[in-house]
Design a protein around this ligand. Structure first.
Ligand code: HAM
Length: 423
């Protein structure tokens, strides 16, 4: 052990577990790519104002959880706590909104929030995200929800549920807010909650404490205060979801932790994760571009948590097949055989066969232990005498069967054996 450990609230991804993370990222990212989303990558840090203005000062994310510091040039910099505000910033900076709309973008990366560490809640975590900028079409909301839903289903996850809500828009939300504030003012709330009710009353609806919940039974709900246009939008989203066969539960108390949402909001939750049950979430953010100084640009998107998806897979006992670490393990015995083995391994890898070599002088026994641990299907033992005879000894690890292969055709023969082993 060294003197140092990973910083509090973080963990390292190390083989073999890291293969699952990689597979989760690849599976979740595959779907948006099939739907015309292009890859976007923004810096891990931004001007602090991007998040203060984009995500909203009253949110927990901005008021408590940001890693903010002054750089050596005196600029206030923040490690990104989320990806949507940076992606919109980048799209506006590149003028993408002047081209074909919607602009569809996906991303994969690390995010940073100074949160209280618990299972499923980390200070450094990974998301896959997708954003569609510049269209108010409800079919786009449904497309994104279908993409996320399909991603989770691709793993065979059974215990995920989709919660759907709408938060109204600049026309109806202020009136709803007023009604909610008036209702909350009459309740018996502690000082902290009362303050929250003043700054961000919708957040109070999300309170999990039974004594607060009891009092919220008759709280006004946004769904009863929607304007005509928001009602129509929401009805259209539901119709598209029904057409797509996406199951959802309406949850008029679903509140997201970021201020930019308008109209559609949703969250995928998993029932085996305890309190940190949200696997991913998103929604519309029709006013975010304007908050960042851009033109009106109605948009919708989501971000899915990679770490929590891995936990959900564990909870359901699902193993995601990562790519095999090694298919062929080459054991050279002697200097000449070592030279030939290095070249042979390169040749095998060039044809796409995952190959490793027994490095160092471990002797046959030690090298065969290495072969076992590598997980390879076939081990190829190459001694100096084999070299002279132009052969190599091949062992199929599962059955123990041994055969002698011609070095001249060994690559083709191994490829054929691997094909047969798969089918
Ligand atoms: P979010 O709900 O804050 O949304 O995060 C999305 C997902 O990231 C969560 O559901 C969760 O799985 C994961 N996540 C968040 N915080 C943590 C944490 N501390 N540790 C582990 N996982 C975490 C957003 O970030 C929005 N940008 C989503 C979006 C995109 N909305 C529109 N477009």
């Amino acid at each position: 052990m060294s003197t140092f450990r990973a910083p509090k609230g973080t963990y390292d991804l190390i083989p073999p577990a890291s293969a699952t993370h990689l597979a989760v990222r690849e599976t979740l990212a595959a779907l948006p790519r099939l739907a015309g989303y292009g890859y976007v990558e923004t810096p891990a840090f931004e001007d602090t104002a991007v998040f203060v203005r984009g995500v909203g000062e009253s949110t927990d994310v901005v008021s408590k959880e940001m890693y903010t510091f002054d750089d050596k040039g005196g600029r206030s910099i923040t490690l990104r706590p989320e990806g949507t505000a940076p992606v919109v910033r980048a799209a506006l900076e590149a003028g993408l909104q002047q081209g074909q709309l919607p602009v569809k973008l996906w991303y994969s990366g690390s995010y940073y929030r100074y949160e209280r560490m618990q299972r499923g809640r980390y200070r450094h975590f990974a998301q896959i995200g997708a954003e569609a900028l510049g269209s108010a079409d409800p079919a786009l909301d449904a497309e994104l929800i279908w993409l996320a839903d399909s991603g989770f289903r691709a793993f065979g996850l059974q215990r995920t549920r989709l919660l759907l809500n709408t938060l109204g828009d600049a026309t109806c939300r202020p009136l709803y807010r007023e009604a909610l504030v008036a209702y909350l003012a009459l309740l018996d709330l502690d000082d902290d909650t009362r303050r929250r009710a003043e700054i961000n009353p919708l957040r109070v609806l999300d309170d999990k404490r039974p004594e607060v919940r009891e009092q919220l039974v008759d709280a006004p709900l946004i769904t009863d205060h929607l304007c005509e246009a928001c009602q129509q939008h929401h009805a259209a989203v539901r119709t598209f979801l029904d057409d797509l066969g996406v199951a959802y539960a309406e949850d008029p108390r679903l509140v997201r932790g970021l201020d930019y949402y308008t109209r559609t909001t949703f969250e995928f939750v998993h029932d085996g994760l305890g309190s940190q049950s949200a696997l991913g979430g998103g929604g519309r953010y029709d006013g975010l571009s304007e908050s960042l100084g851009g033109p009106p640009l109605p948009s919708v998107g989501w971000a899915l948590g990679v770490d929590r998806t891995v936990l959900a897979l564990e909870a359901e006992g699902i193993e995601v097949a990562g790519s095999a670490r090694c298919e062929v393990y080459v054991v050279p015995l002697g200097d000449a055989a070592r030279r030939r083995s290095v070249a042979l391994a390169a040749e095998l890898r060039s044809t796409g066969v995952a190959t490793d070599i027994a490095y160092g002088d471990r002797g046959l026994k030690g090298a065969m232990r290495g072969a076992d641990r590598s997980g390879a299907r076939f081990t190829l033992v190459l001694g100096d005498r084999d070299l002279e005879a132009g052969t190599a000894q091949c062992k199929e690890m599962a059955s123990g069967d041994q055969s002698s292969l011609q070095l001249a055709t060994v690559v083709e023969e191994l490829e054929e054996k691997l094909r047969r082993a798969v089918s």
